[in-house]
Write a protein that binds this ligand. Sequence first.
Ligand code: TRP
Ligand code: SF4
Length: 372
Amino acid sequence: MADALVLDPWGTSSIKDYTKLMQQFGIEPLSEELVKELPYAHRLIRRKIIFGHRDLGIIVKALQEGSEYAVMTGIKPSGDFHLGTKLTSEEFIYFLSLSPKARGFFAVADLEAYADNRIPLEESYQIALNNLMDMLALGLDPKRVYVYRQSEEMSVLRLAFIFSRSVTYNTLEAIYGQKPFSLYFSALVQAGDILNPQLPHNDGPKPTVVPVGADQDPHIRLTRDLASKHRDDLGFIPPAATYHKLLRDLTGQEKMSKRNPMGILYLNEGLKSAKLKVMNAYTGGRATAEEQRKMGGEPEKCVIFVELLSAHFLEDDKKLEELYWDCKTGRILCGECKARAWELISGWLRDHQARRSKMRDAAERLLTEKTF
Ligand code: TRP
Ligand code: SF4
């Protein structure tokens, strides 16, 4: 395939065409019919930020039968929580909330942070502690989740070793391109993370859903393949996954980068700098106010509309649609619109930060105690 896409979970690639991505890798679109089978549709599903899935039917079935399933994800502790990590956390919390039979497993990917970002394990512990405070403030129920660090989780490391028997260098290179061995090893550890909920000490095989960003699909493909290879000896059920779009940063760049701090809104950020970032965000406004009144704005191109309000801060579908048409028809200009958006965002940040500040002890317990 001459124009085949390569997805690099450690790289800076951006995805332009999600339809092509789905076709090439066999990701299913998240259809209306399937969404209707869920108890309720999360904002990220309604807004099509979560655009695709693999095998989500196995979770729908478990929900309908009232049987047990696992929700598994992980985050690399490489910095403070921002809008991107908020997405993954909200999806994790959502899938857990759908049934009392759902069990959460959350990997602090400290080995991957070491391999990819050279972050020493002691440092990533502190980062993870901070990240977990955010997850708890976002609504994670600490009683429903098992949190562990990759570097400390013997069963995950053993699985990674077992899997290494069925993976050749050629397979890894075909999936990920040529990478340092530490990253290949992280990929095997991640496969261990994803199948760990199905090991005997976690009560054996069960449907598992992994909510992730689209760039993580190579890991899902590898893991599903390994699960099939170990169906006979370990009984694994290939994991289901849901995928969210990789959103642009505040300046409209396709990929968030720490080198562009104006692009990233942190959840624990001071309101003054947060305001500066929001007010300078990339919009779909026209060159002059007059032009915008005449032609209307372009909300579909606008970071305030797409990334901030639709993806994160405006829960009410009707209000979002109203704003869309107000922008489209030139009834509202960007200055006023940003000021309104800031009202919502600052209110959210204040509440979140107040909740967050009370979560240190609970986060520490999650990180140090075994919960099941
Ligand atoms: N690779 C993921 C990231 O970059 C982190 C991760 C580790 C993960 N283990 C996982 C994600 C298991 C989903 C499932 O953030
Ligand atoms: Fe974006 Fe609002 Fe300007 Fe429209 S009016 S382009 S939604 S900031």
